[in-house]
Write a protein that binds this ligand. Structure first.
Ligand SMILES: Nc1ncnc2c1ncn2[C@@H]1O[C@H](COP(=O)(O)OP(=O)(O)OP(=O)(O)O)[C@@H](O)[C@H]1O
Length: 576
């Protein structure tokens, strides 16, 4: 049997077999039971005529009505159960998708040009919601529309198959029109979503840079630009909703056209001159059954649109749904890192940022990376994420990183920016992964601070974490990286926003936690490099030197100069 991965839609259905079984049982009872209503209504009409004509006693009506009531109670009870399980199903899928998504997004960083982490997270989470809503509607309608339509159609054929063939021509016409319009609905939904993404980017930009815009007298111009984005969003959303919603009544009118033929031909059946012989009960049951079928058919068309919209979101969110846990299991805890002759040039760049980089490292080792400003330190760190192709080989556990082993699940990364999203501190660290956060909060020296917040770990930190100080943001981001520990960790300037004492405490705390990981730590500040296993120096002209601290100090003039300068500052008490 095919093994589904998180990027297959069926993966989520397969994980919910038990809940789907309950949905199926309660859904079948409810929907097949629904066809009994038109039959009961027809019988009731016939009983009224019979009682008035003296052919039946009123007590018979009472028995029939009680039976009808009991049937309704059972059918509606199953309906409530079915709804409950469908909700259960949707919640489980939403949680599963978001947990996978968050884990993947830790590795997303700057590769997607022009996208900020806040808008990326906000957009993909809203896409997940739209997808789950589509899956919920689909599951509901498979029963409420699919099964019930088959049951109603069977009843209609039983009463008069010729008339049924005739009247059932109309719902497919409505369905066909919905199919033809699906491109318009999809395109307008996509345009609406894209415009919403652009607007949220713009909103974030306006908030983040508010002070800069005010100081440089740019506010009015920025407000004008913002208005154009808002106007575009309004226009596209109205258009998307218009196409999505106004088609429904049209489908219903077309589907109901069959009722005209029932009144004419059904009347003939009752008079004894039609294709079948009917009493009043049959006429009434047939008409009621058809009306319900036509309404259901219009729901099918509506469902079609909902599924189309969900598809747009699914296509957008799918690349972020990767099987991380599985990759993690393939990595041996004692695997070593072997970097040989690696050079990196940005796509379209005319020279390598660095070349001939060589490094051997084993678990428990800390490797420092430093160099001049803009020499390529972050670029070297991000090479391990394999966002872009590199020259040479990076082997992890003997497998080539990027082609034979996925960096997701192997490489943990904390970038320059803390990459926090709007949510609680807990959400930002946990990213859907259950477990105890105490150890990582203590390690990053955040435990006491968090317990002094009124909402503790449930404190909402705002978009991009703007309600926290820079140092707090950095420590929450570090706690997240530690909580989702990987055998190879790249930490890009993790302590730039904390003071030296806290930095030292954190380093002391995390070293024992990371004794089975290889840590590559990029920093401008060198004082802790003396305790590291090796230091990588990037010169800025492309050359890379890898040596233990003392050796690098004696051999590399630039490194020595920088070290001495920082040492002198520290002794003068100026270094934080
Ligand atoms: N995505 C990119 N595309 C093209 N060039 C880039 C990209 N990112 C960085 N660069 C360039 O690569 C060079 C090295 O940048 P990088 O950020 O790696 O340096 P750094 O040493 O980490 O900088 P800093 O000292 O500011 O931390 C710079 O000249 C930069 O302009």
């Amino acid at each position: 049997m095919k093994k589904y991965t998180p990027s297959d839609l069926l993966y989520y259905f397969a994980g919910e077999k038990k809940v789907l079984l309950y949905v199926t049982i309660s859904g079948l009872i409810y929907n097949v039971g629904m066809t009994l209503s038109p039959w009961f209504e027809g019988q009731l009409a016939q009983y009224v005529i019979d009682i008035l004509g003296g052919e039946r006693a009123p007590s018979a009506m009472l028995r029939l009505a009680s039976l009808y009531l009991l049937t309704i109670m059972i059918v509606q009870g199953c309906r409530a159960l079915k709804r409950l399980y469908v909700r259960h199903f949707a919640n489980d899928i939403s949680l599963a998708m978001k947990a996978i998504l968050y884990r993947t997004l830790i590795h997303q960083e700057t590769a997607k040009a022009g996208e900020t982490e806040g808008s990326l997270m906000t957009r993909v989470v809203s896409d997940v919601d739209a997808c789950v809503e589509g899956m919920r509607k689909f599951t509901t309608e498979v029963f409420d529309t699919g099964v019930v339509m088959v049951a109603y159609a069977a009843l209609l054929f039983y009463y008069d198959w010729k008339l049924t063939f005739l009247v059932l021509l109309f719902p497919p016409i409505a369905y066909f029109i919905a199919g033809r319009l699906k491109k318009v609905v999809t395109d307008s939904a996509r345009a609406g979503k894209e415009s919403s993404g652009r607007l949220s980017d713009r909103t974030m930009d306006r908030i983040r840079n508010a002070l800069t815009y005010r100081i440089f007298g740019e506010e009015t111009a920025q407000d004008g630009i913002y208005e154009t984005y808002l106007a575009d969003y309004e226009k596209k959303t109205v258009r998307a909703n218009l196409w999505g919603n106004t088609m429904e009544p049209l489908y219903e009118v077309i589907a109901m056209t069959g009722a005209f033929f029932i009144i004419v031909h059904g009347g003939r059946n009752v008079m004894g001159t039609g294709w079948a012989s009917w009493d009043i009960a049959a006429f009434s049951a047939y008409l009621a059954c058809f009306a319900r079928l036509a309404v259901k058919a219009s729901h099918a068309a509506h469902l079609f649109n909902a599924v189309q919209k969900a598809k747009v979101s699914w296509v957008r969110v799918r690349p972020y749904l990767k099987d991380i846990e599985e990759t993690e299991q393939k990595v041996s805890p004692s695997a070593t890192l072997s970097v040989s002759h690696v050079s990196f040039t940005y796509p379209g760049g005319d020279h390598p940022i660095y070349k001939d980089f060589n490094l051997e490292a084993k678990p428990g080792e800390f490797i420092g990376v430093t160099g001049k400003v803009a020499s390529g330190k972050s670029t070297l760190g991000r090479t391990f994420l394999c966002e872009y192709p590199y020259e040479g080989t990076i082997l992890y556990g003997g497998k080539r990183l990027g082609s034979e082993i996925d960096p997701i699940g192997t490489v943990g990364y904390m970038g320059h920016r803390p990459e926090l999203f709007s949510g609680t501190i807990e959400d930002n660290i946990r990213l859907g992964k259950p477990g105890d956060l105490d150890a990582v909060l203590k390690a990053v020296e955040m435990d006491k601070e968090i317990s002094s917040f009124p909402d503790g770990i449930h404190t909402m930190i705002g978009e991009g974490g703007l309600r926290l100080s820079g140092g707090q943001q950095a420590r929450v981001a570090l706690a997240r990286t530690l909580y989702h520990k990987r055998p190879l960790l790249i930490l890009d300037d993790p302590f730039s926003a904390v003071d030296r004492k806290t930095e030292e405490e954190i380093l002391t705390n995390i070293r024992p936690m990371l004794k089975d990981s290889i840590v590559i730590l990029i920093s401008h500040r060198l004082h802790f490099f003396k305790d590291f296993d090796r230091v990588v120096w990037i010169s800025g002209d492309g050359s890379v030197e890898v040596l233990p601290h003392e050796e690098l100090l004696s051999r590399n003039r630039e490194y020595r100069r920088l070290w001495k300068m920082q040492h002198a500052l520290a002794e003068g008490g100026d270094d934080k």
